[in-house]
Design a protein around this ligand. Structure first.
Ligand SMILES: [Zn+2]
Ligand SMILES: [Zn+2]
Length: 244
């Protein structure tokens, strides 16, 4: 499938012009008409700047480094990935509001930031589809929504690349990755995902998740997709961990 420059252009939506939005950082109403982030918080956003890992997108201190510490020692299953923000205290609070505080509207802000900052890289990937990392059905029931799926749909609205939430399935109820070390994370995620209907109907896939830290979730999903026919797997997230 050939994609031209026009595919990823984001279309600003009209919402927010009529009523103030909540700032995705401090949760206060945004005064500026149509703005998504308040003026104070805009300066606090931890953007990933010039230097980042050419594999996973984590920010790097040294210009001469091509890959982060993690990617230098690990063979990943995915090709490349990007995120607009570093996962710091500010973004931690924002994402907590999004996932657990009922602030679903933050998805639109995250999607815009991903496209503003990462669309150039994404164009080169020629992704045909966004596949959100699924939650286990019991967790999804409890939370009421899948944060990655909502984000993927906001990306679709602004990019024209479709979202397919029906390909990847979470088979196992896994423990929260943040409680585990590297080795435990791998075991925890082994066979965590499967593919519905056996065969993946896409070749170039962009996975969507909220946070990228060690990459074990993205790797596990990429592995099962490739075992079932996908050729290239990329990812976008809201935040990445530090790469130094
Ligand atoms: Zn704010
Ligand atoms: Zn990396």
């Amino acid at each position: 499938m050939n994609r031209n420059e026009k595919t990823i252009e984001w279309i600003p939506d009209a919402a927010g012009l009529l009523y103030p939005r909540r700032c995705p950082v401090c949760q206060e109403a945004v005064e500026e008409r149509g703005g998504r982030v308040c003026a104070v918080c805009r300066t606090k956003l931890p953007y990933v700047r010039m230097h980042f890992c050419q594999r996973c997108g984590k920010p790097l201190l040294l210009e001469e480094e091509e890959y982060c510490r993690d990617c230098r020692r690990k063979e990943h299953q995915f090709e490349k990935g990007r995120a607009p923000f570093l996962y710091d205290k500010v973004m931690q609070a924002s994402i907590a509001g999004y996932k657990y505080g009922g602030r679903r509207e933050y998805a639109a802000f995250y999607a815009e930031e991903i496209l503003n900052r990462c669309a150039k890289d994404m164009l080169g990937w020629q992704g045909e589809v966004f596949l959100p990392i699924p939650l286990h059905s019991s967790r999804r029931r409890r939370r009421g929504f899948n944060q990655a799926e909502l984000l993927a749909k906001e990306l679709t609205k602004r990019s024209g690349i479709p979202t397919d939430a029906g390909v990847l399935v979470r088979r196992k109820k896994t423990r929260a990755q943040k409680e585990l070390n590297d080795q435990e994370r791998l075991t925890n995620l082994k066979d965590a995902f499967s593919v519905r209907k056996g065969r993946v109907p896409y070749q170039n896939i962009i996975l969507v998740d909220d946070i990228y830290t060690t990459g074990s979730t993205i790797d596990a999903a990429a592995r099962v997709l490739k075992e079932n026919g996908a050729e290239k797997v990329y990812f976008v997230c809201i935040c990445v961990g530090n790469g130094n």
